[in-house]
Design a protein around this ligand. Structure first.
Ligand code: CTP
Ligand code: MG
Length: 253
């Protein structure tokens, strides 16, 4: 679906509208700090550091005060001048939040990265690799890593009760996917239009590439990075602080 004659302009959409229930009580997850700086600011910087990204759309928690707070934080923190930043309110599910971000993109954008605010420490090399693979013609690109743990498929039971194992997929064929995921914009828009009705209730899609797969479009995986992990539970905050401390000790971050 990419047209060789059109210039590529890449934007990043950062869904940051989640509450962070699994992280425990406190501010919305994207506004929690790491090394004194809100996770969202780390995530915006991670996208803006890529020279290919000229626009970042932040999808903020939908209540008015959080959206105002996000704008204030973006004004307060240093970000590259060449990067344009927009803030839009999110939705009930991640899928709706991504859709709100896509709807805010100007007409000249041809490719888009979708990046979780909850993955604040993704290195710029990973971002650049995703952009490059999209520019080389892949309609959907996902950074991912092999799994450390063996995975069992179970028949889910009541919490705490033993669950029967249904299958053990071959670990060598499995990958844990990360963000930013990169897309030809027309392809991702089509996925959202076609699949919108299926997601009327429940959690919606938690993986953008999964929606494109449902169109029958080939999604490719490229190597992810261990520092692109998602901050989900309290222990992840400990790891994120340790990664930042190591960066500060070893380079001029
Ligand atoms: N997200 C969003 N809008 C939602 C739900 C999630 O923009 N309605 C974003 C989150 O802000 C996060 C990313 O999607 O950056 C990945 O979601 P997840 O890690 O699940 O974050 P939360 O939904 O905030 O956390 P939890 O599921 O523990 O509540
Ligand atoms: Mg969630």
């Amino acid at each position: 679906m990419s047209d060789e004659s059109r210039p590529h302009r890449t934007a990043a959409v950062i869904p940051a509208a989640g509450r962070g229930v699994r992280l425990g009580p406190g501010a919305p997850k994207a506004l929690r700090t790491l090394g004194g700086t809100p996770m969202l600011i780390h995530a915006v910087r991670a996208m803006a550091r890529s020279r290919a990204v000229s626009l970042v759309v932040v999808v903020a928690p939908p209540d008015g005060t959080a959206t105002t707070e996000v704008r204030r934080l973006l004004d307060e923190h240093a970000l590259p001048e060449r990067t344009e930043i927009l803030v839009v309110p999110g939705g009930e599910t991640r899928q709706e939040s991504v859709r709100a971000g896509l709807d805010a993109l100007p007409a000249d954008i041809t490719a888009v990265l979708i990046h979780d605010a909850a993955r604040p420490l993704v290195p710029v090399d990973t971002v650049d690799s995703v952009v490059e693979a999209v520019r080389d013609g892949a309609p959907a690109v996902v950074p991912a890593l092999p799994l450390a743990d063996t995975v069992k498929e179970v028949e889910p039971g009541r919490p705490g009760e033993p669950e029967p194992v249904v299958a053990t997929p071959v670990r060598a064929r499995l990958r844990a996917v990360q963000t930013p995921q990169g897309f030809d914009l027309a392809t991702l828009r089509l996925a959202h239009e076609k699949l919108a009705r299926l997601s009327g209730d429940g959690e919606g899609a938690t993986d953008d590439a999964g929606m494109v797969e449902q169109l029958g479009v080939t999604v490719v995986v490229i190597p992810g990075h261990e520092e692109a992990f998602k901050v989900t539970r309290p222990l992840d905050l400990v790891l994120a602080e340790a990664v930042l401390a190591r960066r500060r000790a070893t380079d001029a971050y």
